[in-house]
Ligand binder design. Sequence first.
Ligand code: AHR
Length: 516
Amino acid sequence: MIMKTIFLFLILFVYSGSFVSAQNNIVINTDLGTEIINKHIYGHFSEHLGTCIYGGYWVGEDSKIPNTAGLRNDVVDALKEIGIPNLRWPGGCFADEYHWMEGIGLRNERPTMINTHWGGVTENNSFGTHEFLELCNQLECEPVICGNLGSGSVREMSQWVEYLNSGNVSPMTELRKVNGQEEPWSVKYWGVGNENWGCGGSMTVEYYTNEMRRYSTFTKNYGDNRLYKIAGGPNSDDYHWMETLMKDGNPGRSFQGVSLHYYTICHNWNKKGSATMFDENEYFTSIKKTLFMDELLEKHIRIMDKYDPNNRVGLVVDEWGNWHDVEPGTNPGFLYQQNTMRDAMVASVNLDLFNKYARRVKMANIAQTVNVLQAMLLTKDDQLVRTPSFYVFKMYKVHHDATLLPSNITSENYTVGSESIPALSATASKDANGKIHVTITNLNPNKEMEVTCDLRGVEKVTFEKGSLITGEKINSFNDFGKKEEISLVSFNDVKVNGNKVSVHIPSKSVVLIELK
Ligand code: AHR
């Protein structure tokens, strides 16, 4: 009799659908949030590379393309749509070859050079310090400037900061005024070199740590502005670099942030794989390699916790994203790639991980905003394309400066061949108005999913609105002159019962639900 009752109960349980829901469940602790998701996690990076700066932002005042002070209006407007909080510039590898004084003064008198890193093209320096700060002004975002430690001098870096930030009487301040900027810009975020283990000087960490301390000493604070200096951190899983920098680099004084670079590369550096022509195995590999970010963050943060138990130094993931082969027929040095639903998933998974480690991750910058790598926008002459990644950043705006709600995710697996990964990735946060936002990614391209959210700490919630990003295929993308295939559309496949919310998520999609 007892056995019969248990059997009947099991049958009922499975058929009621509870079994399916229990498998995909997010317990959201609405009353336990202590960490703020820094809006700077949603930052961007733009280098003098390919057509990111020239053509992407800068067209010059005489261009037929509508512009304000030489900067494309369509690009500025689109980036404001995603609430761009900061922009890192001028590189990348370019930063450690950049001599800022060549990019100020009358444009027709600025020297012309060769961009040896990226395509060997002519760089005429028409986009320099003033143009970059005008761009940030139009975007209403914080500038993040990376100084040249690799091939510059301490004096050059020190004078750049003085030129930007000093309100005192000094030759640099006078020069700035002569060039048309009366007031200091008060730039806060300052990179002390880039990838100094590689293109930034091929240094050992021991050598870099000493150099960074020296450069940092002479990059001064002016007025009330306090620099947030970002030390050049490790490449991917180089834990020795992090350990040495944190041990000997004078954390919290010589630097307030440490960078980490990790790109998702489907195959390998020699053959990365096509941005648009890939199969499910390659899709799976890209997502799996993206999930490695979890381990990277966890291990680097453990080292940081050891030397900086009071959490004074932020982890700054200032280069991340998908790196594919360039589009056929384009300059291999320009890193121009299309952007599909796979890129949208790589973006949402990375952002969920940065949110998860919000206690330590204070900034991140996807590479590289316009026309380069995992871009938000693609331009061709006067045309503009918003990529699937753009829409993820637009959707995730709700998490900017919101309180992270600690969540436990139970997920079914997504399996390809003999390998499996969790099919779900998610972030829950509460904004200043008390609204709860949950973003959920269903990584499985073959299966829709019923996900139950249990909101602990409240008795009931109401569903306010939702949005969805999905595509017909994992390699669907938006292209010039065609109707957008992927965008942000309204979503309401949600059922609420007290504090339980059941969400029906299509395959290969990212959804946002807003609850009150
Ligand atoms: O984003 C492209 C390049 O990748 C950057 O210039 C460099 O920092 C990294 O290796």
